[in-house]
Design a protein around this ligand. Sequence first.
Ligand code: ADP
Ligand code: ASP
Ligand code: MG
Length: 448
Amino acid sequence: MNSQYVVAKFGGTSVADFEAMSRCAHIVRDNPNVRVVVVSACAGVTNHLVTLTQQKEDEAGRKAVVAAVENIQQAIIDQVSLDADLAEGYKQTFSEFENLASLPALSRQQCDEMLSFGERFSSYLFTQILRNNQVQASRFDVRKVLKTDNQFGKANPNVAATREAAQTNLVALLGDTVQVTQGFIGSDQYGQTTTLGRGGSDYSAALLAEAIDASSVHIWTDVVGIFSTDPRLCVKARPIPRLSFDEAAEMATFGAKVLHPATILPASRKGISVFVGSSRDPQAGGTWIEKEKTAQAGIRAVTQRKNQILLTLKSPEMLLASGFLARIFTILSNYNISVDLVTTSEISVALTLDNAPNASRPELEQACLDELGEFCHVTVENNLTLVAMIGSEIQLKKCQLNLMDVLSEFNIRLICHGASKHNLCFLVEQQESDQVVQSIHAKLLEVA
Ligand code: ADP
Ligand code: ASP
Ligand code: MG
């Protein structure tokens, strides 16, 4: 049975500076059920750390990045006085960071160690700001409980081990003290630091909520909920008050950056409700994501994911033979590659992969292409965007508008529909995609 505990997660912009952290501290203070707080790195810090993992900077360049990271944190420390326990821990962690940043080359494990510092730093600062707001708070190292495999850069959680560790090491601490911990990071079976992939703090919050049997996860960000499309792109985008787990999962998967794609998984496994709201305006409400199905059928949102790779694999020898797809997907799985869209014909298959510019790990490695190239002809296309219409019961005939009419004005490179009742997805040229999303939003989601 789920407890009354709430896990609250604050994203990068919500903990960007002293004022932003103070607003979040008020949210925690005002809800006594919040017992676990998951923080992201202060805005901008993880991007700096990614630069260090790319190992393109010389010594002076690395020092400049270290200074930039230090400045972001120092601006906050200047406004709070760290208690001795936090000051000591912060100092030690910062010197570990400096040591690692002085190395000219890093292993994959060391890259994850490097990426972990943002959340390790911000959690010291946020703990202090909670204490300054009369909340009894301690900092908790999430690596003691969030257990993963060792796919550095995009590690997969071990749900059973995480639960066991959280029940043993974390639950007993929740009685009278708020535990402030780190999003995005975990540790493998040897205790080595791992990361869950960019934007992974939402996922961490949901995994911890599952592990401690929380009643809900509150994701505090810079928008007042999940919108009908990215509000930065369409001024007429509207927040959606309620979404089913399925709809929210599809939105996150297909590009609503507001939630990490895997966040809904742990929540739906355990029926834990997820709230998304703005830490700048906590009274403004937000989106509740819950188990029950939303009543109305139809399109509720349109999302986009830029920087997609389209991989087309063709093998004439496979005509009427079996095992082609199995062979391809085994190789992709060996490289821990996650595929989004797939279309097939008898001798060829086209699939899409993510290629985000600031990813903590390149999605497609040359070694993988070489292995695929041993038995098929491989074509790689870039600069594409995956656009998705999301909703419920999106069978073409059931919509008021004929979706094919809506799509007819765009140059579509690939289309996928039918595997899920919740989406219709297609690929367009990246330079056209903002316009495509705006046009679909205007036609399908701005009707009076
Ligand atoms: P955080 O740092 O809090 O994790 P993110 O930047 O990862 O925040 O996610 C919030 C951003 O997601 C918003 O500023 C918004 O521009 C973007 N976004 C994209 N699609 C949507 C959507 N459908 N609804 C709300 N926000 C969206
Ligand atoms: N700090 C990490 C990132 O920027 C994780 C997160 O914020 O969710 O990707
Ligand atoms: Mg995020």
